[in-house]
Design a protein around this ligand. Sequence first.
Ligand SMILES: Cc1cc2nc3c(=O)[nH]c(=O)nc-3n(C[C@H](O)[C@H](O)[C@H](O)COP(=O)(O)O)c2cc1C
Length: 231
Amino acid sequence: MTEPLLELLHGLATTRTIRRYTPEPVPEADLAAMLWHATRAPSGSNRQPVRYLVLRDEPTSTAARQLIAGAAQRMWAHKEERDGYGAGTGATPDSPKARMAATMRHYVDHFAEVPVVVVVCMERYRDPSPYEGGSVYPAVQNLLLAARALGYGGAVNMFHLMVEGQLRELLGVPDHVAMSACVTLGRPVGAHGPVRRRPARDVVFDGRWGVNADWVTEPDGARHTVWKQHG
Ligand SMILES: Cc1cc2nc3c(=O)[nH]c(=O)nc-3n(C[C@H](O)[C@H](O)[C@H](O)COP(=O)(O)O)c2cc1C
């Protein structure tokens, strides 16, 4: 009989995006273990097209991290202004909006000093398809969960896309390789804990579109986001 693995479920429900890190370096053995577990992720036909471009402290890696950091800062400055993060409840220092803005500001301002950055890539073996991400993002989640399991935390971001051409040149990434995601990793400042999501019943349909599954229940301690309905 297969034994249940309840700790795994606990990890799935409580692995938050970590955007603040201590300056503690990530020992190579831990980083190797995270990457090994990422490489165990499933992919279509088990083709395993994912490649991990690890950026640590070597001069080229540092230059790449600085490029991404600059992009992140520009992106956040634009979004902060456009979405009015300083207005409304954002003007109240302890509001969720203000806390989110402070976390993002810290993340982008310290991006170049994050202990490890991994650009997760996909070696294409056919023309780009809408489904190709399906063979990459399970590995990204495995990386985050492996980090969590070893006492670290991570965040997925797409900042690298703003400087993709420069990164390709600097890091020698060929044209047929997709740069699918950027992941920052390190020891968390703060803690993991229950993630906030929509109640599962709202998003699980039973047999017919729009029929919420009333047998889907929330475990104790589940935390929820308030979300607008589409349509
Ligand atoms: C495909 C993808 C892209 C993301 N891009 C960014 C990003 O560019 N910047 C960022 O700070 N977080 C990014 N995130 C993290 C999400 O914002 C985060 O997972 C979400 O807000 C839920 O927060 P939680 O993981 O702490 O529960 C991304 C996550 C995914 C899966």
